[in-house]
Design a protein around this ligand. Structure first.
Ligand code: TRP
Ligand code: SF4
Length: 327
């Protein structure tokens, strides 16, 4: 249990099935196997949302409630909010001293995000430094591994480079963390685009059963099946790709594939097959979520902050000592 795992998520509020399969399920699996630090990256949210930070607080609480509902256990995992452990800011500052700007400018997500979020001014110092803050988050706890989706892999690579540079200049304090690439099945939303809060196409963990049913029943399918008698192709069907494939038994999959290609089954009936499984998975999460209130999230965060801070204080003492800034 001495392996340390660190991961964070920006406070996006209520969690949906995309968040669940893309991150939370993997976090849950690691909870029993390593010393886990899972945190809300609210400072990272500010790098892009600095002009409209109003939702960050409420989103933090909503997100943590869903973390608890899926089974993250504040006794076993250290759950905290980045901004509550100020040592992250100090380590960010110090790592910034030795991080060459070209490393940051070369970062693929830096370029991509600036293009994608063209409506905001991201020519900021904070946004360029995003991966340095992320490196501070990870190195603070001397992580052995960081479970993330492939989009975050360049940031963890940078984290290793920063660690290597620090260790070479001063003394070896930081292990180089590995990326635990999360096999992220791409979860599509009800409209067939990537499931995302901003597309309004998501199925939330806390959605009542009837709403889950309604959303999935109207999810888009292979457009070739416009009429009941038109045959289709499951691999062109967003419902099949995201849900049947993930949730159904091999026997059910055979039945669906054949039924689709021969028009032996209608889309609604077909989707019912996976809806049953999705509901079965969500039911216990929903039940636990119903017993939780804001105070539970705040208590978990408080407990986690305390534990995280203990480690962070220790690391920073070593870092200051290595750098000779002991004050
Ligand atoms: N950048 C990550 C994301 O957008 C969130 C994050 C911040 C993170 N710090 C981290 C993930 C440290 C892993 C480790 O998803
Ligand atoms: Fe998708 Fe099933 Fe309809 Fe085929 S029958 S298009 S797999 S929902």
């Amino acid at each position: 249990m001495d392996r340390v795992v660190v991961s964070g998520a920006r406070p996006t509020g209520s969690q949906h099935l995309g968040n669940y399969h893309g991150a939370l399920k993997n976090w849950l699996a690691l909870q029993g196997e390593a010393r886990c630090f899972f945190f809300v990256a609210d400072w990272h949210a500010l790098t892009t949302d600095y002009a409209a930070p109003a939702t960050i607080d409420a989103n933090t609480v909503e997100m943590v409630l869903d973390w608890l509902a899926v089974g993250l256990d504040p006794e076993r995992s250290t759950i905290f909010r980045q901004s509550a452990v100020k040592e992250h800011a100090e380590l960010f500052l110090l790592l910034g001293m030795l991080t060459p700007v070209p490393w940051l400018e070369r970062n693929p997500t830096y370029k991509e995000q600036r293009e994608q979020l063209a409506d905001r001014d991201l020519s900021t110092y904070g946004f360029l430094g995003y991966p340095v803050l992320q490196a501070a988050d990870v190195l603070m706890y001397k992580a052995w591994a960081v479970p993330v989706g492939v989009d975050q892999a360049p940031h963890i690579e940078l984290t290793r480079e920063i660690a290597r540079r620090f260790n070479a200049y001063y003394r070896p304090i930081f292990p180089e963390p590995q990326t635990l690439l999360t096999a992220t099945p791409k979860i599509l939303g009800t409209d067939g685009r990537k499931m995302s809060k901003s597309y309004d196409n998501a199925v939330y963990l806390a959605d009542p059963a009837a709403q889950v049913e309604r959303k999935l029943a109207r999810m888009v399918t292979d457009p070739r099946r416009a009429r009941r008698n038109d045959p289709g192709e499951p691999t062109d069907c967003p419902a099949y790709l995201s849900f049947h494939r993930l949730y159904c038994t091999p026997e059910e999959l055979l039945r669906v594939e054949e039924g689709c290609r021969t028009a032996g089954i209608g889309c609604l009936e077909c989707k019912q097959i996976m809806i049953r499984h999705v509901q079965a998975e969500l039911e216990p999460i929903r039940a636990r979520r119903a017993t939780l209130e804001q105070a539970d999230a705040l208590a978990a965060l408080e407990q986690g902050t305390e534990r995280a801070r203990t480690v962070a204080v220790r690391t920073m003492a070593e870092v200051r000592d290595a750098l000779g800034v002991r004050t």
